[in-house]
Design a protein around this ligand. Structure first.
Ligand SMILES: Nc1nc(=O)c2c([nH]1)NC[C@@H]1CN(c3ccc(C(=O)N[C@@H](CCC(=O)O)C(=O)O)cc3)CN21
Ligand SMILES: O=c1ccn([C@H]2C[C@H](O)[C@@H](COP(=O)(O)O)O2)c(=O)[nH]1
Length: 283
């Protein structure tokens, strides 16, 4: 939690204003942030200086792992975060590749589970990584990437947290996640949780101990219409201790994740937080 507040304060103190053409809203911006989550000791990185909707963040991750491509599928599992980008983003609405209401196109999990090869077949990146890790193999390329520049025009948004690298050292599993663009008040609250849960979950289904998750961010920003709430409200609050996360131990395979797991298979204990803050969202 301290590292999150430190990054927010750094943006407030040292950030530079950058115009953003896509949203039309300027962002106070810094380059390069490194965050770390201690999954081994179950220090669940939930924001405590405002209410965090962690179940929606986990549902979003489950949707990515299942290869969802529609905001309706995300809504069904308890996550509304893709409604705006699928249905209110003018550039996407004008894009002839959009297949209708709620379509997100070839983003995130579509690339992760069905990367298109030139011969028309598809590659399931996630299944490859999980199979290898289950068999104790780390080929130094246990990488899942959602970033496919050749298909950007087929999706509503380029992936933000775009690449996840798993590393096995003895019987401990590590994760390094890369993010190109980060909405620190809104998105990072979700992304921290997702890095943690991705490592904890993959460790559980591949039979390893989780170590640390390393989260590397290139462009970290606060939108102009979020700045006052961050600077004058959230940053004035004292954080509480991190809660812990319990994952249903019956989750044992990728197939379980694909078929029956829900956001209610994840429970947080000892979460104490300040009042909710509603940050504006830029589409
Ligand atoms: N400008 C922007 N920021 C983002 O963080 C973001 C995007 N766009 N587009 C794609 C996804 C969608 N994400 C989102 C979208 C909405 C919330 C959000 O509204 N969160 C609220 C309430 C969540 C709830 O009620 O479930 C929050 O207070 O955290 C969070 C992440 C993250 N990404
Ligand atoms: O997981 C996510 C997804 C998105 N974001 C934020 C980062 C940016 O503010 C926008 C995306 O805009 P681009 O113009 O495509 O960079 O969404 C996030 O923080 N986390």
């Amino acid at each position: 939690m301290k590292q999150y507040l430190k990054l927010c304060q750094r943006i407030v103190d040292e950030g530079q204003w950058v115009e953003n053409k896509r949203t039309g809203t300027r962002c106070l911006t810094v380059i390069n942030a490194d965050l770390e989550y201690d999954v081994a000791n179950n220090q669940f990185p939930m924001i405590t200086t405002r209410k965090s909707y962690y179940k929606a963040a986990i549902a979003e991750l489950l949707g990515y792992l299942r290869g969802y491509d529609s905001a309706a599928q995300f809504r069904e599992i308890g996550c509304k975060t893709w409604d705006a980008n699928a249905n209110d983003n003018q550039a996407w609405l004008n894009n002839p590749n959009r297949k209708g209401e709620d379509d997100m196109g070839r983003v995130y999990g579509v690339q992760g589970r069905g990367w298109q090869r030139p011969d028309g077949s598809t590659l399931d990146q996630l299944a490859k990584v999980i199979n290898n890790l289950k068999n104790g193999i780390d080929d130094r390329g246990e990488i899942i990437t959602f970033y496919n520049p050749g298909e950007f025009e087929l999706g509503c948004l380029r992936p933000c947290m775009h690449t996840h690298t798993f590393s096995l050292l003895g019987d401990t599993l590590y994760l390094t996640s890369y993010q190109r663009s980060c909405d620190v008040p809104l998105g990072l609250n979700f992304n921290q949780i997702q890095c943690f849960v991705l490592l904890a979950l993959v460790a559980q289904i591949t039979g390893h101990k989780p170590g640390k998750a390393y989260h590397k961010i290139a462009n970290a920003h606060i939108y102009e219409n979020q700045l006052e709430l961050m600077r004058d409200v959230q940053l004035k609050r004292e954080p509480f201790e991190s809660p812990t996360l319990t994952i249903n131990p019956n989750i044992k395979s990728l197939e379980d994740i694909e078929t029956w797991v829900t956001r209610d298979d994840f429970e947080v204990t000892g979460y104490q937080c300040h009042d909710a803050i509603q940050y504006p969202f830029s589409v």
